[in-house]
Design a protein around this ligand. Structure first.
Ligand SMILES: CC(C)(COP(=O)(O)OP(=O)(O)OC[C@H]1O[C@@H](n2cnc3c(N)ncnc32)[C@H](O)[C@@H]1OP(=O)(O)O)[C@@H](O)C(=O)NCCC(=O)NCCS
Length: 177
């Protein structure tokens, strides 16, 4: 059980994963306000305004970290780079979700953050499995999940994104820890 989200700090060679704070709002808005992030996630509106950022941080402060644990992906040299999180919905395991700001793409940061978060979930929280899903037309995220050791379950769910008109085929994956 994780009682105090402010004490969670996960270090990797290049990154720190930590709870986003009020002072991070401008960086989060700057990074998240990108239609390619909105199109490929279920929870990021577009355009992403300061109002969205403030509402997001208010949600973070109220959430039970065993149910919703969003963490800022902070580059140790360059500052905030994206978000990653574990979210428990209808299943007995959490689902991992993430986005990385466009300027940081292609440097292995999503994989580095995901590897560390899965390791933390297993060692500290005792999780035994984590699921995820990516839109079928987003192979980059599928590749990240494969690199993290996820396997396709074969299940397709139809999920909505704020930046798409219709529900989108989502390829579900699972990783045993
Ligand atoms: C998907 C995303 C998280 C990747 O972040 P990143 O830090 O660039 O990821 P990494 O560098 O760790 O790995 C990306 C991998 O995808 C591969 N890739 C990139 N574009 C690709 C494409 N069009 N088709 C297939 N693979 C692709 C890269 O080559 C790399 O794999 P490799 O190491 O084997 O070469 C980032 O692009 C993003 O935030 N996109 C928008 C939001 C999103 O998709 N979130 C995930 C929702 S499920």
């Amino acid at each position: 059980m994780v009682r105090d989200r402010l004490k969670i700090e996960i270090e990797t060679p290049r990154l720190r994963l930590r709870t986003p704070l009020d002072r991070d709002v401008e960086d989060i808005v700057y990074l998240a306000n990108d239609v390619e992030i909105a199109r490929n996630t279920t929870g990021v509106p577009h355009p992403y305004s300061m109002t969205h950022g403030a509402a997001f941080l208010a949600m973070v402060n109220l959430a039970d970290p065993d149910v919703d644990l969003p963490l800022l992906v902070e580059h140790k040299q360059l500052g905030p780079a994206g978000m990653i999180g574990l979210h428990r919905r209808d299943e007995p395991w959490s689902e991992v979700g993430y986005w990385i700001g466009r300027n940081f793409w292609g440097q292995g940061l999503a994989t580095e953050a995901g590897t560390a978060l899965l390791d933390w979930a297993w060692r500290i929280r005792g999780d035994r499995a984590v699921s995820s899903g990516h839109f079928a037309d987003n192979p980059a995220s599928g590749r990240v999940l494969e690199k993290l050791g996820f396997l396709y379950t074969g299940e397709i769910r139809w999920r909505r994104s704020h930046a798409r008109r219709d529900p989108t085929a989502t390829r579900m994956m699972i990783r045993l820890l």
